[in-house]
Design a protein around this ligand. Structure first.
Ligand SMILES: NC(=O)c1ccc[n+]([C@@H]2O[C@H](COP(=O)([O-])OP(=O)(O)OC[C@H]3O[C@@H](n4cnc5c(N)ncnc54)[C@H](O)[C@@H]3O)[C@@H](O)[C@H]2O)c1
Length: 208
């Protein structure tokens, strides 16, 4: 694998290539050109070739990419060739939707641990999983070597949850709370805001 710095935009496109290749693989498509792959996901073929070239020489000139081979490489590059235990904090509406979604598990991202602070919820079942007391968060995270945390608590509690997760050994956070979290540089933090998509649609509609 080449030792070059990969642009963030390239990294963000990798899951899109991966998803498309998974579909093609299911349809038993063996070979795809960069042009065809780009057309399927709305990315110019030159960009497809450039993105993938950061990781090696996968395509064959005049032939294209072997779908199962490229899929296997991308799975490894994306870290999806292993199983990741995930802790979710905040057994509320959004937490329920995330835990219920089967797609993460198929990718090897197992949200098996759910935490909440509400005594009325602790010990109850949540999309088939037991809700743990958030006071046990660090203990459970350490015991199970959990490396990924999902934060779906109200904004005012998000920082202390992030701190606890990091102290316990979590290295990557997916934060849905609408607040800026301060985390050490080595921690991978991804803020998610679903309203951005909707607001940008409203913006485009209002330009007509
Ligand atoms: N990013 C997005 O697009 C998006 C979309 C929806 C909601 N949100 C945010 O996600 C968060 C959750 O939203 P929701 O609709 O699921 O809310 P919710 O009220 O349904 O659930 C929040 C849960 O967090 C628990 N909680 C509160 N403080 C806690 C603490 N200190 N430790 C552990 N658990 C605690 C509550 O008991 C509750 O079960 C909020 O911050 C909300 O603003 C973000």
């Amino acid at each position: 694998m080449k030792k070059t710095i990969t642009p963030t935009t390239t990294i963000e496109r990798l899951p899109i290539y991966y998803r498309c290749l998974q579909r093609l693989n299911k349809m038993n498509v063996d070979i795809i050109s960069s042009q065809e792959l780009g057309d399927k996901i709305g990315i110019p073929s030159t960009q497809v070739r450039k993105d993938l070239s950061y990781y090696g020489e996968f395509g064959r000139r005049g032939v294209g990419y072997e779908v199962p081979v490229l899929l296997k490489h991308l799975r490894k590059i994306l870290g999806l060739d292993q199983v990741w235990e995930v802790a979710l904090v905040g057994a509320g509406n959004l937490g329920h939707a995330l835990v219920n979604y089967g797609g993460f598990r198929k990718l090897g991202l197992k949200i098996d641990y759910v935490f909440d602070a509400d005594p009325n919820k602790i010990g109850k079942k949540f999309a088939g999983l037991k809700i743990h007391d958030v006071s046990k968060l660090q203990e459970v995270v350490k015991e199970n070597g959990i490396k990924v945390g999902i934060i779906v608590v109200p904004a005012e509690h998000a920082q202390s949850i992030a701190d606890d997760l990091i102290d316990a050994g979590v290295e990557a956070l997916w934060n849905f709370a609408p607040t800026h979290l301060k985390v050490p540089q080595e921690i991978e933090l991804k803020d998610e805001d679903l309203s951005i998509g909707l607001i940008s649609l409203a913006y485009h509609l209002s330009q007509d």
